[in-house]
Design a protein around this ligand. Structure first.
Ligand code: NAD
Length: 431
């Protein structure tokens, strides 16, 4: 049993803290957002993540998980301190590390005895060195510490199971002691642990996310070629994915990637490389294809309706992917803004993300379900592949729509079935 503090109680921090508590550790989750901490103390979840509520409740009841805004008090009580605060993009794409720096200073000032400070947030390579210098500059004399990197690979929507059953755990350390603490902490998960130096661990995270984003842009580019030639992207992806060297994952053509990780991590990685003197042109093309994919999708909607001005669009799915309420950098935002700018009226529905979207896009009408979004709309647009959209009564949808038009950004329906039902069905990379 280790005593742990997790600073930053967001998607990553809350999942990390509650899962580490579930493994038998005593964890304090710290956040400077008082409302969030008050909410959690009442056992209410500030985010939607399958399985999270149960794990939080169980561990609070067992006295292994607590929540606080008091970092100063939490640090001396914790041997291991994870930093899981946000690293948002600056205007130029670079990661804004001011919160990480501020937290390092605050942690350092409260440190007593030995502490291991672990970067969990996604940070540029060489941040560990900066964190170490910052802590050294603010810590009391004689206090020992180590800094380590332990990047997180969980996916929103399956974050708890990803944390508990990851493909691998990456640990970047400089000392035997830090290695021992972190390997022991993760040993109960019985998964491969790769131990590296700190820079390599930091780089593994950025290199992995960029590679996955590249895979998405690659298949999206191929979907465009399918549209130009009459080939079918679903078949092409299947045939590619059967090759074990390629694999099926991340070969779903769509409206482009979004979320709090890929767009910002790619931009940050490109910037780091530029600073290091390397022009990462491949990743710049990945970004460009992603931007084009959203624009192309908007064009498909416009083409389907001839003009969108004065038309009503029913839109399904706001979160950047299914099973999460996260709308940060969601493709839906750019697509809706484009539709509104061109004079369309948008009626949207999402099972979990509407509350968050209401704060950002006020000119959208939010509906109670998919059928209400379809009712008297001139077309139905699908942006996020929530499983409930796959189960819709399409006969009913057809009756409710003004025109039987579905523009599907996720290829969730069968082409023959849609033809049989009499829909004009426009999707990605399929005839
Ligand atoms: P988030 O915005 O959900 O959570 C960050 C939390 O930190 C917020 O609750 C915020 O209130 C808190 N915070 C900010 N400043 C603070 C301070 N000074 N003291 C205490 N708390 C503070 O972000 P997230 O999605 O959890 O991402 C956190 C990091 O993890 C980022 O670097 C991200 O790139 C990385 N990451 C995210 C995911 C993901 O799927 N979301 C996956 C892997 C890695």
């Amino acid at each position: 049993m280790r005593k742990i503090a997790v600073v930053g109680t967001g998607y990553v921090g809350l999942v990390t803290g509650s899962c580490l508590a579930d493994l038998g550790n005593k964890v304090i989750c710290v956040d400077n957002n008082e409302e969030k901490i008050a909410f959690l103390k009442e056992l209410k979840m500030p985010i939607y993540e399958p399985g999270l509520e149960e794990i939080v409740k169980r561990n609070v009841e067992r006295g292994r998980l607590s929540f606080t805004t008091d970092l100063k008090k939490s640090v001396p009580e914790s041997e291991v301190i994870f930093i899981a605060v946000g690293t948002p993009p600056k205007e130029n794409g670079e990661a804004d590390l001011s919160t990480v720096e501020g937290v390092c200073k605050d942690i350092a000032r409260s440190m007593e005895g030995y502490h291991l400070v672990v970067e969990k947030s996604t940070v540029p390579v060489q941040t560990g060195e900066r964190a170490k210098e910052t802590i050294r500059g603010h810590v009391k004399k004689g206090v020992e510490f180590d800094v380590a990197s332990n990047p997180e690979f969980l996916r929103e929507g399956s974050a708890v199971s990803d944390f508990m059953k990851p493909d691998r755990i990456v640990i970047g350390v400089e000392t035997e002691k830090a290695k021992q603490i972190l390997t022991e902490l993760y040993q109960p998960l019985e998964v491969p642990i790769i131990v590296t130096d700190i820079q390599s661990a930091e780089l593994i995270k950025h290199a992995s996310n960029s590679f996955l984003a590249a895979k998405i842009s690659y298949i999206n580019a191929i979907s465009k070629i399918c549209e130009l030639t009459g080939a079918d992207i679903e078949k092409v992806a299947e045939g590619m994915g059967m090759d074990k060297r390629i694999g099926y994952n991340f070969l779903n053509a769509g409206v482009g990637y979004g979320g709090f990780c890929f767009p910002k991590d790619l931009a940050a990685f490109i910037r780091i490389c530029e600073k290091l003197g390397y022009n990462f042109e491949l990743l710049k093309a990945v970004e460009k294809i992603n931007k084009n994919q959203k624009e192309n999708f908007l064009q498909k909607i416009e083409d389907a309706l001839w003009n969108v001005k004065g038309k009503t669009i029913g839109l399904l799915g706001l979160s950047f992917k299914p099973n999460t309420d996260d709308i940060r950098f969601a493709p839906s935002i750019d697509i809706i803004k484009g539709l509104l700018k061109d004079g369309a009226r948008v009626k949207a529905y999402d099972p979990y993300a509407m509350d968050k979207m209401k704060d950002i896009l006020k000119d959208v009408e939010y509906c109670k379900d998919a059928y209400e979004a379809a009712e008297s709309s001139d077309a139905l647009v699908i942006i996020t592949e929530w499983s409930e959209f796959k189960e819709l009564d399409l006969e009913k949808i057809k009756q409710l729509l003004n025109n039987p038009i579905i523009v599907d950004g996720r290829n969730i329906y069968d082409l023959d079935k849609m033809k049989e039902l009499g829909f004009k069905y426009i999707c990605i990379g399929r005839k």
